[in-house]
Design a protein. Structure first.
Lengths: 109, 115
């Protein structure tokens, strides 16, 4: 049973387009983290959201934590080729991080 | 550079070999983790150490043996592995495992191939 469902699993769009990645669960998390992972490297933290309804912005990236702390979204505005990578959401429960299966994003020039 | 280093970055071993993976964190954290990342599967937590004490063993086979001599170092000792154990093994650290808002920082991983 996959506790965190990410969608879409694959996304290929043109430079300049907007996109949204979703991370959904039936479980409540104390916090949620988004990571980006390049091939052959470990995940790099983008943001941690803690409060239900919280919105955080990181340049062209906007992260939102659902009011019930069960889901999250990542919105990228005017995507660039440098945004290409594997995006992972991870929910914190006790001492564990539960990871989604990831969204592989490709931005074409 | 996340402050978490792992060696070696790549390892090829036979099923009868014994090898060890090393992780070191320079962030002053108190918790360290081992994860396994296989193709087409989500990251799987293996072990958690909090203040040098193992607090989580996620039903990992005994052919994987962790060791945490202090809060800055974590090892994963490998013996009699199977080809299906081939994967990217990631180490992470955080301030205190389970604390509200606690954030994990990952190393670059060790790409393990078992022949």
């Amino acid at each position: 049973t996959q506790l965190l469902e990410q969608s879409p699993q694959f996304l290929s769009i043109q430079e300049g387009e907007n996109l949204t990645v979703y991370c959904n669960s039936s479980s409540v998390f104390s916090s949620l983290q988004w990571y980006r992972q390049e091939p052959g490297e470990g995940p790099v933290l983008l943001v941690t959201v803690v409060t239900g309804g919280e919105v955080k912005k990181l340049k062209r990236l906007t992260f939102q934590f659902g009011d019930a702390r069960k889901d999250s979204s990542l919105h990228i505005t005017a995507a660039q080729p440098g945004d290409t990578g594997l995006y992972l959401c991870a929910g914190a429960r006790a001492q564990k991080l539960v990871f989604g299966q990831g969204t592989r994003l490709t931005i074409n020039p | 550079e996340t402050g978490v280093t792992q060696t070696p970055r790549h390892l090829v071993m036979g099923m009868t070999n014994k090898k060890s993976l090393k992780c070191e964190q320079h962030l002053g954290h108190n918790a360290m983790y081992w994860y396994k990342q296989s193709a087409k599967k989500p990251l799987e937590l293996m072990f958690v150490y909090n203040f040098k004490e193992q607090t989580e063993n996620n039903s990992v086979p005994s052919r994987f043996s962790p060791e945490c001599p202090n809060s800055s170092h974590l090892f994963l000792h490998l013996h009699t592995l199977q080809p299906e154990d081939s994967a990217l093994y990631l180490c992470a650290s955080s301030q205190v495992a389970g604390a509200l808002g606690d954030t994990q920082y990952f190393g670059p991983g060790t790409r393990l191939t078992v022949l």
